[in-house]
Design a protein around this ligand. Structure first.
Ligand code: 5GP
Ligand code: MG
Length: 190
């Protein structure tokens, strides 16, 4: 695995520090929402974290342990583009969507924002259930000059250049998810 890596873009120590800060920021925002609702005499609403599988598995696992907050987890599976293709062919939900999200505070967590198709679909489907609030959190956002993405996440770990990355949950053909850093593959490995 290691010999397929061309270079490391974001080191695991840097990721860990950013995830810690993100977790604290998000937990404070969610707790504030709940407190405001309580003060207004309304139901504060449960917090539900919705990781987008499979890419958000590693990030989500680290993020939840940096959020000192009572929450439940309900995953959503979205099919992403396979293999080497670099343009998303649109997103579709695989299996069931989390249910009973009405009146809850939803935090959707994904590994990377590219075109924004995936998160646009997930967000619009969840919004049909009328949650009290919905926020999007991505570890990475690809910066493409002149190509604004379909959604603007409330929380972004890192902005990266328009390159195909693997590691820390992100795969190429199903592999490299367990690589601990965010990295670019060698051309021969793709
Ligand atoms: P979008 O729908 O925003 O165009 O694409 C987002 C999804 O595509 C992500 O959830 C991820 O699964 C996949 N994706 C986009 N860019 C990359 C990348 O550089 N590396 C990997 N491994 N997956 C990517
Ligand atoms: Mg994905």
């Amino acid at each position: 695995m290691f010999r397929d890596i061309e270079r490391v873009l974001i080191d695991q120590g840097v990721i860990a520090a950013r995830v810690r800060a993100l977790g604290q920021e998000i937990a404070e925002d969610l707790a504030r929402d709940q407190r405001r609702r309580r003060e207004n005499g309304t139901d504060p609403g449960r917090v539900v974290l919705v990781p987008v599988l499979t890419g958000a598995m590693v990030f989500g696992a680290d993020l939840i342990r940096q959020m000192p907050l009572k929450m439940s987890i309900d995953v959503v599976a979205v099919s992403s583009y396979p293999g080497r293709s670099v343009a998303s062919k649109g997103a579709s939900i695989r299996g069931e969507l989390p249910q009973n999200l009405g009146g809850t505070h939803v935090l959707v967590v994904d590994d990377i924002l590219d075109s924004g198709q995936t998160l646009a679909v997930v967000r619009s489907l969840i919004c049909e259930q009328e949650p009290a609030s919905i926020r999007l959190c991505v570890l990475l956002e690809k910066k493409k000059p002149g190509e604004p993405s379909l959604v603007k996440p409330e929380y972004v770990g890192f902005e990266i250049p328009d390159e195909f990355v693997v590691g820390y949950g992100l795969d190429y053909n199903g592999f490299y998810r367990n690589y601990p850093d965010i990295a670019v593959l060698k051309h021969e490995a793709m």
